[in-house]
Design a protein around this ligand. Structure first.
Ligand SMILES: [Zn+2]
Length: 305
């Protein structure tokens, strides 16, 4: 299994944007890392075959939570994608090493690499793609922030775009880098490529990376040749998030898929207090079918892009 923090780095002769792709922020999600490694192999192959292919800017691929990945778990002590808020990052960088837990160390290592690459390379702009997969079926969508740029990029993935999730979670990679800490225009977005074990999750992640390589001007168009033209994508807004703690003994009713319609009053889960019903007609997103996680499910409604 590939476990180096840096999956790959390629730098063009010309200056340009920096595309940072992060896979495996959750250690039990493999498609993002595999797809990133595959794109690097492919770029190296193609550039080896045709010296006429020139890159412009920097393409960097990173593994998020290496320790959790080795353990094939979502995380060891805590969710790495909920730790990226200023106060916590400050604590991690000032605390002695022996006081840091596994995810603190992972965050520190990841941010140290990203910061030093940005300082060293001084890109004109930064785009960060955070790749994930989900525990339930049918979870192919992107998560954007409130910048039009982020929505523009995501529409090119040809998958539903979810707005409002970004504001719900504190401490995500998305939010941290959109709050740009480097004085360089930065756009971050996340892409959920499907169910953890869905073989197509790798292809979808690969397509998303290739789309961004083109969008950021890093590589010429012909590398996109095998990409289909994206279909018009649904844009939906989060209307409800069901946060849970272990004490809730939360359990999803079996069989819910991402984007499945649910009707008002339909029982979707149970917890220590009893049954949990949908409060209105809507669609369900990210129903939790794994042990680790702090959100039971989300509800969404379609909106005009
Ligand atoms: Zn994930």
């Amino acid at each position: 299994m590939f476990t180096d923090r840096i999956i790959g780095k390629l730098r063009g002769e010309e200056e340009g944007a920096m595309l940072i792709v992060i896979g495996g922020v959750h250690g039990n999600e493999y498609a993002g890392v595999d797809a990133t490694a595959k794109v690097f192999r492919r770029l190296r192959d193609e550039m080896g075959r045709d010296p006429g292919i020139k890159m412009k800017g920097i393409f960097l691929g990173l593994i998020g939570n290496r320790l959790a990945r080795k353990a094939s778990r979502r995380f060891i002590k805590k969710d790495l994608n909920r730790q990226w808020y200023e106060e916590n990052v400050g604590r991690i960088f000032s605390a002695p090493e022996e006081l840091l837990d596994e995810e603190d160390k992972e965050l520190k290592a990841l941010l140290t690499i990203i910061s030093s690459e940005i300082i060293q390379e001084k890109p004109s702009r930064i785009v960060i793609l955070d790749l994930h997969t989900t525990s339930a079926e049918g979870g192919v969508f992107s998560i954007v922030d409130d910048q039009p740029e982020s929505l523009n990029i995501a529409l090119g993935f040809g998958a539903p775009v979810i707005r409002g999730l970004y504001q719900i979670f504190d401490g995500t990679i998305l939010r941290f880098f959109n709050g740009s800490n480097f004085g360089i225009p930065t756009t971050a977005l996340a892409f959920e490529a499907g169910q953890h074990d869905d073989p197509l999750a790798l292809n979808r992640s690969e397509s998303a990376i290739l789309h961004l390589l083109h969008y950021t001007g890093l590589v010429q168009e012909h590398l996109q040749a095998d990409l289909t033209t994206p279909k018009p994508a649904m844009v939906a807004e989060i209307t409800y998030a069901h946060h849970i703690t272990p004490e809730d003994h939360f359990s999803m009713k079996p069989g819910f898929k991402n984007f499945q319609h649910v009707r008002e009053g339909e029982i979707i889960a149970t917890d220590i207090k009893g049954e949990i019903a949908a409060p209105y007609d809507c669609r369900i997103l990210m129903p939790l079918y794994q042990k680790q996680g702090s959100d039971g499910f989300f509800l969404i409604k379609e909106m005009q892009p």
